[in-house]
Design a binder for this molecule. Structure first.
Ligand SMILES: [Zn+2]
Ligand SMILES: [Zn+2]
Length: 128
């Protein structure tokens, strides 16, 4: 029962969150609501929720795993400078592969976000 309650609180916290928070960020937010909650509990809940497909877990190329409450098909853009994750619309449907059960499917792009590429561009100009 307690686990279910914590799960619901985590889901509530993440609702409409487009920043793709890490487990630590979610833990710090949840701690304000439930001071007795431990990081391990949050982490375990997130892992289970990702396994059951309630949320998405992103880990490719990131220092920390990031979590996404939006499980509808969409692409992720990872900025290699500020490590922010941006959503982009992607019409790719979950592939159906004969005899395979597909639980998740993701499209990932990497590069520089507009803010970071602008900064980089300015530096480049200054050097010249
Ligand atoms: Zn960036
Ligand atoms: Zn996303």
């Amino acid at each position: 029962m307690r686990n279910t309650y914590q799960r619901l609180q985590i889901l509530k916290l993440m609702e409409n969150d487009k920043t793709h928070p890490s487990a630590r960020q979610i833990y710090l937010r949840l701690k304000k609501k439930i001071p007795s909650v431990s990081f391990a509990t949050v982490y375990n809940n997130l892992s289970k929720m990702a396994e059951t497909g309630e949320i998405l877990c992103l880990d490719a190329g990131l220092r920390e795993k990031r979590y996404d409450p939006c499980v509808k098909p969409h692409g992720h853009f990872l900025c290699l400078k500020c490590f922010k994750v941006f959503d982009f619309s992607c019409s790719a449907k979950k592939p159906s592969i004969r005899n395979f059960k597909v639980f998740s499917y993701s499209v990932q792009a990497k590069g520089l976000c507009p803010a970071c590429s602008e900064k980089g561009g300015k530096k480049w100009k200054q050097k010249k």
